[in-house]
Design a binder for this molecule. Structure first.
Ligand code: CA
Length: 254
């Protein structure tokens, strides 16, 4: 089928101002975009998010609009198996896992897969909507009088860890944002919307979003991918696929 759109994307992953390591990872490719936020002690979080992104990026291929859901769904299953495989390599990785929010597009639509508390947003006609649901539950924190959000679902290699999967219709002018929780909810949705509506290019948007997270103290690793849906442009030179954060170490593309 003839290409309907050209997608233009940019990504950034930053350790932030407080953490020593970057346990986030990101991928921005031709057909596929993703953000992962690893968890686990002794650097296992970095291993988990890197494993997820490295495994997922092998599925950066044109699936065809009718096969998108199946392609992304089976990719997520493989990613979960890879996390399991890496976890058993080293006892210190026991219990490690990662969030994963991924978008695979083809033709006039995109499939979205999501597990954990990273987020995807869509900006359409000035309105910014979160299009993923956080997989968290409130948990009572000792000596605090509130319920802290705790991850209820993420990829940790167990076979029952199925992500939310859905299809989105792409429209010219849409802007998608995938991000780790170092951006949202650390930065308010309104401030994120201001940046997304005022920046002409994805690369300028990701630069300003990371700066916003640092303005409020950069308490966590911050990772963002911004994807613009533009009218098909046969002359568009797509940028080289890039893996960032913990996934950059092995691919050396950062
Ligand atoms: Ca995080």
């Amino acid at each position: 089928m003839p290409a309907a759109f050209t997608l233009v994307a940019a990504a950034a992953s930053d350790t932030g101002l407080v953490r020593q390591n970057n346990e986030d990872a990101a991928y921005s490719g031709r057909w596929l975009f993703a953000v992962a936020d690893g968890l686990g002690g002794h650097a296992a979080g970095e291993v988990a998010s890197a494993a997820a992104i490295e495994s997922l990026r092998t599925h950066d291929a044109e699936a065809g609009p009718d096969a998108l859901l199946e392609a992304l769904g089976s990719a997520m299953t493989e990613v979960n198996r890879e996390v399991a495989r890496r976890a058993v390599e080293d006892p210190s990785r026991r219990g490690m896992g990662t969030t994963l929010t991924a978008m695979l597009w083809s033709g006039d639509r995109a499939a979205l897969a999501h597990i954990g508390d990273s987020r995807a947003f869509r900006l359409r006609k000035g309105l910014l909507r979160q299009i993923t649901e956080d997989h968290t539950i409130g948990k009572l924190v000792s000596d605090a009088d509130f319920l802290a959000p705790v991850l209820s679902r993420y990829l940790d290699g167990r076979p029952d860890r199925s992500p939310d999967l859905g299809l989105r219709e792409l429209r010219e002018g849409d802007r998608y944002l995938l991000c780790s929780d170092g951006l949202s909810p650390v930065v308010s949705t309104e401030r994120i919307r201001e940046v997304l509506t005022s920046t002409p290019t994805p690369s300028e948007a990701v630069r300003q979003l990371v700066a916003l997270a640092e303005e409020v103290g950069g308490p966590d690793n911050v990772t963002v991918v911004v994807v613009d849906v533009r009218k098909f442009d046969a002359g568009h030179q797509s940028t080289e696929p890039v893996a960032l954060g913990s996934a950059a170490a092995e691919t050396a593309t950062r």
